[in-house]
Design a binder for this molecule. Structure first.
Ligand SMILES: Cc1ncc(COP(=O)(O)O)c(C=O)c1O
Length: 407
């Protein structure tokens, strides 16, 4: 019914994934995996809705404060996460990062600390720094191939008053951890106790695998008097491949915070909705569920295929366990150890491997080091692509790994 094997030529659409890779390396045959979007066509129901919208020839200013948009978001959260979201709590925004920026503006002063837990989505670091806030790191703990939150570290930071906000990535990219209800409860408790604000970036929550349970921070925060301290941000971009339409939303259970957010949207002149984006999001949430289920099956198959391929003859490389996302975290630590790199030279080894994958293998990935502390030893891949592209890339990765340590 859905053809995820179909190869779609994306070059020539100014897309970051393919056109950027080709510009950068200025040659044919490069396989890009660096950008977090999919090579799949958007759901037909979404494309049809946009076409129908275009049957009306006027694309004037458009409002999002209506039940057409807000109910579609609230109903999606109800159906998908079994959560009651009040439609009036939904605030349309032009993007997740823009929303985080506005929340930092509302909740913090320049110079104030914002906690992140590396290795984490690389834009967090840049965004906080660009807003003259201070990055306060509470690195994830990696033990027995499993990432967890450093609770003691977090409590110490919270208690010291170094930071006013915790910016959570949930699920956590690039490591693919899905935070459990118990973990989120504990986070809310800590934030409540130390009056820390909590921003939960749930961009990838719709991309949780079948045998894991997606839990929003809203589930943990919903029944406690912490509404003014909590903001949940998400969008239809990751699950439905709509990153190019630039649209997201915040779910803000506290009226005062919604008002502040509205003020910021006006302050930056981004208060109106993008008409086509709104149409796309509503169509995705109203009609995209079967497509999303099929797409997730395809991604899980891709993941299994890649894990098996690596296990059968790619010495030293494997996928880290994960519960979500199409961005597997390739564990290269055994490869580097086999190449004789001591632990204190893993940064150099990781950057070097990413460069060789691009130069020799023509496979463009992201070095784990891009995601901050703890990213050394890993490469981030992207499996939201037709199996043929993945097969070709996996073969090239195997060849580069087999070629041995660069001299
Ligand atoms: C965790 C996370 N948050 C935010 C974004 C960016 O969202 P937006 O394009 O809506 O700013 C991404 C994109 O990769 C992401 O992975």
């Amino acid at each position: 019914m859905y053809d995820f094997d179909r190869i779609i030529e994306r070059r020539g659409t100014c897309c970051s994934q393919w056109d950027y890779a080709e510009n950068r390396f200025a040659e044919e045959g490069v396989l890009p995996f660096a950008v977090s979007d999919m090579d799949f066509a958007c759901p037909g129901s979404v494309l049809d809705a946009i076409r129908r919208r275009l049957d009306h020839p006027v694309l004037g200013y458009t409002r999002w404060q209506n039940c057409y948009y807000r109910d579609a978001v609230a109903d999606w959260w109800q159906k998908r996460f079994d959560l009651e979201v009040m439609p009036e709590d939904v605030v349309y925004t032009p993007g997740i990062l823009a929303t985080i920026a506005m929340l930092l503006d509302i909740w913090t002063e320049p110079g104030e600390g914002v906690i992140i837990q590396p290795p984490v989505y690389d834009s967090f670091h840049r965004l906080i720094a660009a807003h003259d806030r201070r990055v306060v790191e509470n690195p994830l703990i990696l033990e027995n191939d499993w990432y967890s939150i450093d609770w003691r570290g977090l409590e110490n930071i919270a208690a010291s008053g170094q930071a006013g906000v915790l910016l959570l990535c949930s699920p956590h990219t690039p490591v693919g951890r899905v935070w459990s209800r118990a973990e989120l409860d504990r986070l809310v408790d800590i934030c409540h106790e130390y009056r820390l604000r909590l921003i939960s970036d749930e961009a990838h929550l719709d991309l949780v695998y079948r045998d894991h349970r997606p839990v929003s921070l809203l589930a943990a925060a919903g029944h406690r008097p912490v509404g003014q301290q909590v903001a949940v941000i998400s969008s239809a971009a990751k699950p439905f491949n709509l990153s190019g339409v630039n649209s997201a939303y915040a779910i803000l259970p506290h009226a005062g915070l919604r008002e502040e957010m509205t003020k910021r949207l006006r302050k930056y002149g981004v208060y109106a909705a993008n008409a086509l984006a709104m149409t796309a999001v509503v169509a995705a949430y109203r009609h995209g569920q079967p497509w999303l289920a099929a797409m997730l099956d395809y991604i899980e198959d891709n993941r299994r295929w890649l894990a098996d391929y690596l296990a059968s003859g790619t010495e030293g490389l494997s996928l880290m366990p994960a519960g979500a996302t199409y961005l597997p975290w390739l564990d290269c630590r055994r490869l580097f150890a086999g190449w004789g790199y001591p632990p204190n030279r893993l940064i150099e080894a990781t950057i070097g491997l990413a460069r060789r994958l691009a130069d020799d293998g023509k496979v463009v990935t992201r070095a784990g080091t891009a995601f901050g502390r703890g990213g050394q030893g890993f490469i981030r891949l992207n499996i939201a692509c037709p199996r043929d592209k993945l097969r070709l890339a996996a073969r090239r990765i195997r060849e580069v790994a087999a070629a041995g340590r660069p001299v």
